[in-house]
Design a binder for this molecule. Structure first.
Ligand SMILES: C[S@@+](CC[C@H](N)C(=O)[O-])C[C@H]1O[C@@H](n2cnc3c(N)ncnc32)[C@H](O)[C@@H]1O
Length: 259
């Protein structure tokens, strides 16, 4: 499954806003605190999804530009940010074509999915004013997050014929890999940190979150024969009922660098 096109993100958008958002929102809050843009700053939220970081930044900065390439994500983003002055752009984030406009730029679990991350980082750096700060988040290996281990377990139980190779996963899970890429793009003063958050769940909501907000399952739900999906769902639910841990952790890498 390729996450390089808007289609799987469109498919997952509604469920993502209802479920996954609770996890990524906690990371977005931490990223805003880490970068601490000034009140008069203009910031970029690249691969904003349903407007996760932009919404939290509203009270903190003067101006926000949110970019994504998924029309469905942006439909929700527009609804979330209705009545605000956030500029919302539908664009491929690998080549923004914006020069020296932002004081800080964030890409939370976004740029890591782009096929040409080097180009995206160069474009991100070009969009920053000299001295501006970019902050990128990525996932640590799934074994570091109990939530991801559970997601993979439930996924395999629901759709046992899918091989892990079909599940595209960003490989930016090591500080060195990200540091080298940011250096290649010309960023300096790099800092990389691990961040961990925990969320409380029950088996039912954990499965619902996956079926709606986890792209491979959300796509399967929308495209499979309904009878086959019902069987898959039963297997996933049964797995979750047996294995769900009430507190799930998610481990991420945060990287920041100066343009
Ligand atoms: C995991 S979501 C993250 C959303 C949000 N930043 C958050 O933290 O909740 C990844 C987002 O990246 C967007 N995306 C993926 N590839 C993209 C590209 N080439 N250009 C723009 N957006 C892209 C997807 O549409 C999706 O909204």
């Amino acid at each position: 499954m390729s996450l390089h096109t808007p289609r799987p993100w469109d498919a997952v958008a509604e469920g993502y806003a209802e479920t996954t958002l609770q996890i990524t929102q906690a990371f977005a809050r931490a990223a805003l605190d880490w970068v601490a843009p000034s009140q008069d700053a203009h910031i970029l939220d690249l691969a904003t999804g349903p407007g996760t970081l932009s919404k939290l930044a509203l009270a903190k900065v003067a101006q926000i530009t949110a970019v994504d390439f998924s029309p469905e994500m942006l439909r929700i983003c527009r609804a979330q940010l209705a009545g605000t002055t956030v500029e919302i752009l539908e664009a491929d984030g690998q080549d923004l074509g914006i020069h020296q406009r932002f004081d800080a730029a964030f890409s939370m679990f976004g740029l890591i999915f782009f096929p040409d991350r080097d180009a995206a980082l160069r474009s991100l750096r070009a969009s920053l004013r000299p001295g501006g700060v970019a902050c990128i988040s990525s996932w640590l290996p799934p074994q570091r997050s109990t939530g991801m281990i559970q997601a993979m377990g439930a996924f395999s139980a629901a759709l046992p014929d899918w091989t892990p190779g079909e599940l595209e996963r960003p490989d930016w899970d090591h500080p060195e890999i990200i540091a080298q890429a940011m250096e290649r793009a010309g960023f300096h003063d790099l800092q990389i940190e691990e961040r961990l958050i925990s969320v409380d769940v029950d088996a039912e909501s954990a499965w619902r979150g996956l079926a709606q907000g986890f792209a491979p399952l959300a796509l399967a739900r929308q495209t499979m024969d309904p009878r086959l999906w019902a069987e898959a769902e039963q297997r996933g639910q049964a797995w979750m009922a047996e294995h769900c841990e009430p507190t799930q952790s998610y481990a991420a890498l945060f990287a920041k660098g100066r343009a």
